[in-house]
Design a protein around this ligand. Structure first.
Ligand code: NOJ
Length: 665
């Protein structure tokens, strides 16, 4: 069965050859299907080619630059236009898992076939305009030169106003930083997704799609409204080695009227290739627990010894808890030889040698007898050659014990001591891992990734990724952990790049080993995050002993990880988020509402529920005396019968939230 099924198949090919002529002055435009967004490219003889974007007839991007610095070909920014082709496309496809079951992919396309002005290089620009944004990519067609070295990409985004942007600085190699807000003119070098709150009331998000054999694009500011692309380089200084024909990743900009529409946009997924896996029945979204948080709290260790975490006995306890509570997966970290000493220096992690006190056969047999999936772990310490040399053997080893899901990790500043995670080298490695895993029937939860760009459409075995300052920072970070505001920003910035393995679920907020750090939420907010932050693998990260007997755990047991529909009911980035999602496998709806450090009340209209139906709202709310600093565990549970005509009054404590299951009667 294919992931991507064409549900409504309207494919209109309007290929129109406008003319195989070199034009002296020429502006070509393409509009979104609803006519509200337009993308224009102007090519004038001897001048830099530029593009611009309008929405609702207003200028969004002023003339912005295109082109490259290519080794041996100087700066390639001036072109002759050879011909123009246009196309339209409209289909609805079904996701294997995701935030919505069906996705409409509807755009108008323009392809500009160009040749370097006063030069031989052929370079085409393919533009797609959707109702929710624009995308373009460069295409190097087959030509006399069969390999090229890209030194720089010269794409810019020249905004019409000096809007405010929510950004992740470009410093941290793992994208594990705080989010900040500044005007475009004040930005230094930042990551994408870059999320912009327009002075004109619109929202924009710049990112990329289908980054496959190319470096990541960061953006840097120059003190004006213009942002420039900056490709991550190889250690030798080049950006990308390419062989023609070649296409770059898509440069994308979502354009939204409501901030929530950034989250429900499927532009990035639509710009990736359809599913490459024929039978996807083995790919299962699920919740999991595991031997993990206890290491981050420094109770147990990854390495073998008196405090070793991943022992046969401890795994069986986790498996028992998972089986008793309907949690399908159990992760084991620190199960294999290699964790001794300063392990990021260890080039010799062995992915087929368990520690003696981790009896993999006994553990996996036991898990199987209880219907539980063991989730494996490959911490590579970013020694990618060592990992690639073992890839097939490592996956065969796990498969021989029935392990189908693997969490990977790349804790080290550089890959193989040399290259950046988001360089072309790194991107190639991650792609190889995902493709090899797919061949072996293995799913991947990738930590320390390159920023995601929608590969899960093509390879839905790539379930979720880190690339976020996840909850582990709340266990030990010297700055104390993520402040309450953090999760009210994350869905609108990093979240636009795809699922996040954030690993919430804390019920016990004391960590005697790192008293300086804390999960900075209430317990009800921990629950609400399962709805607000999307991932097809969601961890309940706390220890089983902290969940037993706590009513709040019922919400974690019930909440799905795969959705039929998603609606962002309301949000202000950095203040609060209210998200409603309908379960893919039942008629139930779920709501998560979270706030920053400010307590707030919210009137939740239930008009997203099916009309003419009755639901029991199972409400997990902050207790009257809850606050994240002094009373995070105070919560209350109540049930009320509701219909879509009702409104619920939510009271969120400081750093708090509300989680609701609407069980259809
Ligand atoms: C960092 C990962 O994010 C974390 O989840 C993992 O436990 C450690 N590396 C060890 O692999």
């Amino acid at each position: 069965m294919k992931l991507t099924k064409q549900i409504t198949g309207l494919y209109v090919a309007l290929t129109l050859l406008i003319g195989a002529v070199a034009c002296n002055s020429n502006t070509n435009s393409v509009q979104s299907p609803d006519g509200t967004i337009s993308f224009s490219v102007t090519i004038k003889e001897g001048k830099n080619a530029v593009y611009s974007v309008k929405a609702d007839k207003k200028e969004i991007l002023k003339p912005s630059e295109l082109g490259f610095v290519i080794a041996g070909a100087d700066t390639v920014t001036k072109f002759n236009l050879l011909s123009v082709e246009t196309d339209s496309f409209d289909e609805t496809w079904e996701t294997v898992w995701g935030e919505s079951r069906f996705v409409r992919n509807n755009y108008n396309e323009m392809l500009l076939n160009m040749q370097q002005y006063n030069g031989d290089l052929k370079l085409n620009l393919r533009v797609r305009v959707f109702d929710d944004g624009v995308a373009f990519r460069y295409e190097f067609p087959t030509q006399d030169v069969d390999s090229l070295v890209i030194m720089e990409e010269l794409t810019t985004f020249n905004f019409a106003d000096n809007h405010n942007a929510w950004y992740l600085p470009a410093a941290d190699p793992y994208y594990e930083d705080h989010f900040y807000k500044k005007s475009i003119a004040e930005l230094d070098t930042v990551r994408t997704p870059l999320t912009i709150e327009g002075l004109n009331g619109k929202y924009f998000a710049i990112h990329e799609a289908q980054l496959v054999d190319y470096p990541k694009m960061d953006l840097y500011g120059v003190g004006t409204n213009e942002l420039k692309a900056q490709l991550v380089k190889w250690s030798s200084g080049e950006a990308a080695f390419i062989a023609t024909p070649f296409v770059t990743p898509w440069r994308t900009m979502i354009i939204a009227d409501r901030v929530g529409d950034l989250i429900t946009s499927n532009l990035m997924l639509n710009l990736n290739e359809p599913c490459a896996i024929d039978d996807t029945s083995w790919i299962k979204p699920m919740k999991y627990i595991g031997i993990w948080w206890e290491m981050h709290l420094f109770y147990t260790t990854w390495y073998a010894g008196p405090r070793h975490g991943a022992t046969t006995k401890r795994m069986k306890e986790y498996i028992d808890f998972a089986a008793d509570n309907g949690i399908p997966g159990v992760l084991a970290e620190g199960w294999n030889i290699g964790w001794e000493g300063d392990w990021p220096r260890n080039q010799h992690f062995d992915f087929t040698k368990p520690y003696p006190d981790f009896n993999i056969k006994e553990i996996t047999d036991y898990a199987k007898s209880k219907g539980i999936e063991v989730i494996g772990h490959h911490e590579t310490a970013a020694w990618t050659t060592n990992y690639e040399n073992q890839l097939d053997a490592a996956y065969d080893f796990y498969k021989s014990y029935g392990i189908d899901n693997v969490k990977t990790g790349y804790v080290n500043i550089l890959m193989d001591g040399k290259e950046r995670h988001d360089s072309q080298y790194g991107v190639r490695h991650y792609r190889k891992v995902v493709e090899t895993a797919a061949k072996h029937g293995i799913t991947i939860d990738n930590h320390e990734p390159v920023m995601p760009t929608g590969w899960q459409r093509t390879y839905p075995n790539l379930m979720t990724q880190e690339g976020i300052r996840g909850q582990e920072h709340d266990a030990w970070d010297l700055d104390g952990g993520n402040p309450p505001q953090f999760t009210t920003v994350a869905p609108f910035v990093r979240g636009l790049a795809g699922p996040m393995d954030f690993t919430f679920g804390t019920f016990n907020f004391d960590n005697p080993n790192s008293p300086h750090a804390r999960v900075q939420t209430t317990i009800a907010k921990q629950l609400a995050l399962y709805v607000v932050i999307y991932s097809p693998l969601q961890m309940a990260s706390d220890l089983p002993e902290n969940y037993r007997g706590n009513k709040a755990f019922d919400f974690i047991k019930d909440v799905p990880v795969d959705w039929d529909t998603t609606q962002v009911v309301d949000a202000v980035i950095g203040d609060y988020v209210v998200t409603a999602r309908k379960d893919r496998n039942s008629d139930d709806w779920y709501v998560g509402a979270i706030t920053d450090e400010n307590a707030r009340e919210y009137s939740l209209k239930l008009d997203f529920l099916a009309p003419d139906a009755t639901y029991v709202a199972q409400i997990y709310a902050d207790g009257d005396d809850a606050d994240w600093v002094s009373n995070p565990t105070s919560f209350k549970y109540e049930e009320v019968q509701v219909t879509s005509n009702d409104t619920l009054q939510l009271k969120l404590a400081t750093g708090g939230g509300t989680a609701i299951r609407f069980a259809k009667q």
